[in-house]
Design a protein around this ligand. Structure first.
Ligand SMILES: [Zn+2]
Length: 175
């Protein structure tokens, strides 16, 4: 990139902070362009410019360099918001959330197991009830048989009474 191009893209955030001319081969320009002044101002609270450049040089892959800068910015933002605990504050919050979620999951699993067991038990009782109901039905059948017997005996009794009444009538006629 020539000076004109560097001028066109504007001073990178790092060079703007250092109040120096942004050279064509500025190592920080690709990662802290002119629109990342705020991010750079947070990162510089944690690391010196030379440290940032050293960290960038320790990574060969350009994609990983970009990821590294992204991580530095995130770390700096969190430290800015939590000056005492920094990232640990976020980690602790997430850890508590995980703990709460695991407890909730455990409760849901227990409730699920309970209702499954309940369903199994109710199915078992329903099956048993059906069996005992068919038993009752056979008992009822027996009962209705006896009722039929009773009914037959009553009818027979009435038939006998009818015959007796007729004999009586005949006797009266004879008199
Ligand atoms: Zn620069």
């Amino acid at each position: 990139m020539n000076i004109d191009a560097a001028g066109a893209r504007g001073k990178c955030a790092a060079c703007r902070y250092q109040r120096k001319r942004c050279e064509e081969n500025c190592p920080l320009a690709p990662f802290f362009p002119s629109n990342k002044v705020e991010d750079f101002n947070k990162v510089i609270r944690l690391y010196k410019v030379s440290t940032i450049i050293n960290m960038l040089n320790s990574v060969a892959d350009n994609e990983k360099k970009a990821k590294m800068v992204e991580t530095l910015i995130l770390e700096a933002k969190i430290r800015y918001e939590n000056p005492v605990y920094g990232c640990i504050a976020v980690e602790e919050k997430l850890r508590l959330e995980i703990e709460e979620t695991m407890k909730e999951l455990d409760l849901v699993q227990k409730a699920n197991a309970y209702f499954k067991e309940l369903r199994k038990t109710s199915l078992y009782y329903k099956k048993n009830k059906e069996t005992s109901t068919s038993g009752t039905q056979s008992f009822k059948g027996h009962k209705s048989d006896s009722t039929l017997e009773e009914a037959t005996s009553i009818t027979e009794h009435h038939a006998i009474q009818d015959v007796e009444t007729r004999i009586d009538l005949n006797d009266n006629d004879g008199t």
